[in-house]
Design a protein around this ligand. Structure first.
Ligand code: ZN
Length: 96
């Protein structure tokens, strides 16, 4: 009798809309010990991470409520927020 292998999909919470989604559908934002906050495309960069849906609305919500700041323990300035927004748009365009 064939056995169904239930592979557990790792889920993370979007700091914007607080929905649980599979990790691979989210964008990881990482705050390294040194250097600027950036988008972690590999999911392997060291540092504190926070997850966002690839959606500007979620980024806006996360920024507005300072939830991203809290998750990363870092104050995000306007330039970083802008860069993240741009990276989200690039991803949106790619995923169609
Ligand atoms: Zn979200």
């Amino acid at each position: 009798m064939p056995e169904t292998v239930l592979k557990r999909v790792p889920e993370r919470m979007c700091v914007g809309c607080r929905a649980m989604r599979p990790k691979k559908e989210l964008i990881r934002v990482v705050a390294p010990a040194e250097g600027p906050v950036s988008v972690d495309r590999t999911g392997k960069l060291p540092g504190r991470g926070a997850y966002l849906c690839p959606d500007r609305t979620c980024l806006a919500a996360a920024l507005k409520g300072k939830r991203l700041d809290r998750a990363l323990k870092r104050t995000l300035d306007a330039a970083t927020a802008d860069a993240l927004a741009q990276m989200l748009e690039v991803r949106d365009a790619r995923s169609g």
